[in-house]
Write a protein that binds this ligand. Structure first.
Ligand SMILES: Cc1cc2nc3c(=O)[nH]c(=O)nc-3n(C[C@H](O)[C@H](O)[C@H](O)COP(=O)(O)O)c2cc1C
Length: 401
């Protein structure tokens, strides 16, 4: 990427593309935090693939079809959304901006989009779920301690969360080289990184004013005396359960009365199994390239999964959404909607609610412009027929065309 800091400055309102917000985030954040957002697992092959797969898709526009004002609003999992886009769950938002979860969720609410709160977020879900107008989806991991999951599920129900998003791709700890270089143990950055952080004056000033965030959403789950950031991180590592299996999905289905979305699968048979276990939607994901390196991009599995499910459950995807046209491409391959992780977090790090709102606005403007240029101004107009010779990997595209 060319360095956009010279062009974009510090004002997120002046960002014209997600890359500008990324450059602003890079300038404001200490290097170890920028790399925490940026990084993928191992050789980062999957991280790169998530982007490359979108770039390989080409459009087949149609002309002289009046497009008027393009509008991609409509139903998104049972309620209206201005665009079939949700903010993906991301941990540590509180380090990117003071009370970052609240700032990001406010931007989502203002944009009319659902916000998925990370299980390991810094703010308690109760504080986020009460933001006026917010569609609150709570992400959960199935921890080793069943009581801890039960507590989070009960809290989400009491707080009025609309959906639970069960992440199933993280029951084994992956290796992210940048994080391993940047932290000495757990979440403690190396001395060199702490010194480098001090050079980021705006970030340091915010940290001194507001203090280090805690894992506030784990309150009541982490044992007393272990609720500081290092203690809670240690507890979390111990809670990862490598023996997680499908019965836990069925269990969650029994105890959770509202929408259940299973996030983090890629194989069509896993998607069919999730639907059979009662998932209301599946969300194809490789965790933004942060778990199994070498896994395919969700977008390349999409059409095959849609064909395999044959209408049994709507399909969402995430991974590599950087432009509004990526959202349109996912719709063309049969997605019901998408989640974006890094794009809104760069906006958050660049400028809090304002920066995150700019990220969401850029994605919406770009998606609508793309739909208009395609001659497909409404969501229902966007289909596989809008794509020029879908590549071989778009298996199943003939089945959904
Ligand atoms: C900084 C960061 C933190 C994340 N934290 C979580 C998390 O707590 N829970 C989760 O299910 N996924 C988490 N993810 C994965 C995202 O929800 C999402 O799958 C991914 O970011 C999508 O790819 P994208 O960043 O290219 O949009 C995280 C991703 C990033 C980049």
């Amino acid at each position: 990427m060319r360095d956009r800091r010279l062009y974009a400055g510090r004002n997120p309102a002046r960002a014209v593309a997600i890359d500008d917000l990324r450059a602003m985030a890079r300038a404001r954040l200490p290097q170890f935090l920028f790399e925490y957002i940026e990084g993928g697992a191992d050789a980062e092959l999957t991280l790169a693939r998530n982007r490359a797969a979108f770039d390989e898709l080409r459009w087949m526009p149609r002309v002289l079809r009046p497009v008027g004002r393009p509008d991609l609003s409509g139903d998104f999992l049972g309620a209206p959304a201005s665009l079939p886009l949700a903010v993906a769950p991301t941990g540590f938002n509180g380090l990117m901006w003071p009370q970052g979860d609240l700032a990001l969720a406010r931007a989502a609410a203002a944009a009319g989009l659902p916000f998925v709160q990370s299980a390991v977020s810094n703010e308690p879900l109760e504080a986020v779920a009460r933001i006026p107008g917010l569609r609150h989806w709570q992400q959960v991991y199935v921890f080793r301690d069943p009581a801890a999951v039960e507590r989070m599920v009960a809290r989400a129900e009491a707080a009025g969360s609309e959906a639970l998003v069960l992440t199933v791709d993280s029951n084994v700890y992956s290796s992210r080289p940048w994080d391993r270089r940047n932290y000495r143990a757990g979440t403690n950055p190396t001395r060199a990184n702490k010194i480098e952080a001090l050079r980021h004056l705006r970030w340091t000033r915010d940290l001194l004013r507001h203090g280090l965030p805690r894992f506030g959403n784990l309150d009541g789950l982490v044992p007393e005396g272990q609720t500081d950031i290092v203690g809670a991180a240690t507890w979390l590592r111990e809670q990862i359960d490598p023996d997680l299996d499908w019965d836990r999905v069925s269990w969650l289905r029994r105890v959770w009365p509202r929408r259940l979305i299973v996030k983090g699968l890629l194989h069509p048979e896993d998607a069919v199994e999730a639907a059979a276990r009662g998932a209301d939607a599946v969300s194809l994901s490789n965790h933004g390239g942060r778990q199994l390196d070498g896994a395919p991009a969700p977008v390349e599995m999409l059409a095959g999964v849609v064909a395999a499910l044959d209408g049994r459950a709507p399909v969402l995807i995430d991974g590599g959404i950087r432009r509004g046209s990526d959202i349109a491409k996912a719709l063309a391959l049969g997605a019901h909607g998408v989640l974006a992780g890094r794009a809104p977090v760069w906006g958050l790090a660049a400028g809090g609610t304002e920066g995150a709102a700019r990220a969401l606005a850029i994605l919406r403007e770009e998606a609508e412009r793309c739909a208009a240029l395609l001659g497909a101004p409404r969501r229902d107009d966007i289909s596989a027929a809008c794509l020029h010779e879908p590549p071989d990997w778009a298996a199943g595209v003939s089945a959904i065309r």
